[in-house]
Design a binder for this molecule. Structure first.
Ligand code: 6PG
Length: 246
């Protein structure tokens, strides 16, 4: 069997992946609070991370993670109301935030219901107020997923948002019927201390192969996430990894 690319860990199934991801989150939180008195995390949307969020809301993590020191952000959001079934905030609230003791003022929701352009501006303002006006946010952990065509957060192939470097957040207008979105930009993703990708299922195998193959005219968006001073871990299921090294 071909060796896995650096940073890639293969799990037999989604439950094992979710358990390991919850453990990494908890360890990252403990380390950040010890070092800096707080833990700043940007959560991913989509379905893959939901089991991880549920495990974080379950003992032991529900009790041992220093939730009162945790500041929750999102990597991206769809332009729907927070209670909408497509809302990344809504999904994280149901699976995690309604069950753990993160102070409400430490939940930094993207107000995407305002519309992509004003919401991106509002989110950027909140990021700058929190992390410091002249600084690139340095998240302790950013959790990301991978789309079947290689997108991550809401950075889609050939999207103008991929080229945004002067802003921390950007509006995304995918072709209908997809919702407009707001996404963190690559400079923010690449300034994280730690990025954790969660990738499950055979449908992601081709995209995962393209992330690491370096082939093609333009790398897929997820391949552009290479934190300059940070670590990237790829937690993938065996069926998602089957084309790696082929
Ligand atoms: C979103 C996510 C997106 C997601 C991938 C994978 O808002 O949809 O941020 O980047 O992580 O599309 O989604 P699944 O985990 O549902 O496959």
């Amino acid at each position: 069997m071909n060796p896995m690319p650096p940073g890639v860990t293969v799990f037999p199934d989604e439950e094992a992946l979710a358990r390991a991801a919850a453990d990494l989150f908890a360890l990252s939180a403990a380390d950040a609070v010890t070092a800096r008195g707080r833990f700043t995390v940007a959560l991913s949307g989509g379905t893959t991370p939901l089991r991880t969020y549920e495990l974080l809301a379950t003992d032991p993590h529900r009790v041992t993670v220093p939730w009162r020191r945790v500041h929750v952000f999102w990597g991206d959001e769809r332009c729907v109301p927070p209670g909408h079934h497509d809302s990344n905030y809504g999904a994280a609230k149901r699976s995690l935030l309604s069950r753990v003791d993160v102070p409400q003022e430490q939940v930094h929701r993207i107000p995407a219901e305002l519309g992509a352009v004003p919401a991106a501006a509002a989110y950027e303002k909140e990021l700058r107020e929190f992390f410091g006006a002249g600084l690139l946010p340095a998240f302790d952990l950013i959790v990301l997923g991978l789309g079947e065509e290689g997108h991550t957060a809401s950075l889609f192939p050939r999207s103008p948002a991929l080229d945004v470097t002067a802003h921390l957040a950007a509006p995304v207008m995918p072709p209908p019927p997809a919702h407009p979105r707001v996404t963190l930009t690559l400079p923010v993703l690449n300034h994280a201390r730690h990025v954790l990708f969660l990738v499950a299922g055979s449908a992601k195998a081709q995209a995962l192969r393209e992330v690491f193959s370096g082939q093609g005219l333009r790398p897929v968006p997820a391949a552009l996430v290479r934190p300059v001073d940070g670590r990237v871990n790829w937690y993938v299921t065996r069926d998602a990894s089957l084309l790696l090294g082929k």
